[in-house]
Design a protein around this ligand. Structure first.
Ligand code: FAD
Length: 290
């Protein structure tokens, strides 16, 4: 029967990371903002024996500078990321991305750690974090390890995290001068999740593109790098013609685009090309002439 009431579970609210890790096993789930987990519990798509609420652990929500890049605590809410002056100055594309997540309520409760761990194929963070070459720090009973975003997202709602591991922070590397980045999304009108979201990061030196990354989310799981599009850009100018030619190569990266009741794979593929063109144009504009 459809009840909208979760199955019974035990609720833990540890006050330290060690305590939280000690409570985790295959049948427990960490709880952060609850904006993805609570609906799963209510629909009984997830029936854990216990929840481990991370909200009582101090020091997991800070945002700090790290060798020119940024380290963002797992419990930093989407709003905290958008409002952070450090994020706005060091990695404005992250703020640009997160402004487009859900609505105010979702942004006030949802966390970067929860979004990354949930690995929703339509989420925004995974796409931009892959484009930026971000790294996630995870802590488990065997200590701490770093996981590149490219290795973390492995499939639909699936990461390479172990059941006894918690994400404690997300780090974004510093960007070279002459780098511009943008995230452009076509959002579902009801949920606001990305039907397609494209992140572009380019570096320009003396008028020529020296590095390009275009990452497409919402179309496959996990998000993918459009490698041929990037290769087409390197060595040339970020002209309108070069951008259009590169964007035209984006469909090569997404041969098995997702089809669902909202958008066919064909439509998503078309959107990916169009949005890649827009994201690249913005990224080159922001990079300047190098
Ligand atoms: P929770 O719901 O608490 O947890 C999610 C999952 O991650 C659970 O499996 C939990 O066990 C695990 N988890 C949580 N924290 C950790 C951790 N530190 N380490 C390991 N595992 C952990 N997202 C978008 O990207 N774009 C959107 O447009 C968007 N729109 C939304 C609209 C609505 C109406 C709603 C309800 C959600 C939307 N979201 C969107 C999702 C939102 O961003 C969620 O906040 C996010 O997916 C999960 O974060 P959370 O902190 O709420 O995590």
């Amino acid at each position: 029967m459809y009840t909208m009431r979760p199955a019974e579970f035990t609720y833990h609210r540890p006050l330290s990371l060690d305590e939280a890790v000690g409570l985790l096993d295959e049948d427990t789930r960490p709880l952060a903002g609850g904006h993805s987990l609570i609906p799963l519990l209510k629909f009984r798509l997830s029936r854990p024996r216990a929840l481990v609420d991370l909200g009582g652990i101090e020091g997991l929500g800070g945002i700090s500078e790290n060798g020119g890049g940024l380290t963002i605590g797992a419990l930093a809410t989407h709003t905290a990321v958008v409002d952070s002056e450090l994020v706005q100055s060091k990695c404005p594309v992250l703020a640009e991305t997160v402004t487009q997540v859900g609505d105010v309520q979702v942004r006030n409760r949802g966390t970067i750690g929860g979004s990354v761990a949930h690995a929703d194929p339509s989420a925004d963070y995974p796409t931009v974090l892959k484009a930026l070459g971000a790294t996630v720090t995870a802590t488990g009973s065997n200590g701490e390890r770093q996981i590149a975003a490219d290795d973390l997202f492995v499939g639909i709602f699936t990461t390479s995290l172990g059941p006894r591991e918690l994400i404690t922070s997300v780090s974004v590397p510093s960007t070279e001068s002459g780098t511009g980045a943008a995230y452009v999304k076509h959002r579902h009108p009801a949920s606001f999740y990305a039907v397609v979201g494209v992140a572009a990061v380019v570096t320009v030196e003396s008028g020529a593109c020296t590095r390009a990354r275009v990452t497409v989310g919402g179309v496959t799981s996990p998000p993918v790098h459009a490698t041929a599009a990037c290769e087409a850009l390197v060595g040339g100018p970020g002209s309108a013609e070069a951008i259009a030619a590169a964007a035209a190569k984006v469909p090569e990266a997404i041969p098995n685009a997702t089809s669902d009741s909202y958008a066919s794979g064909e439509y998503r593929t078309h959107l990916a090309e169009v949005l890649a063109g827009r994201a690249l144009a913005l990224a080159f504009e922001r990079a300047g002439s190098g």
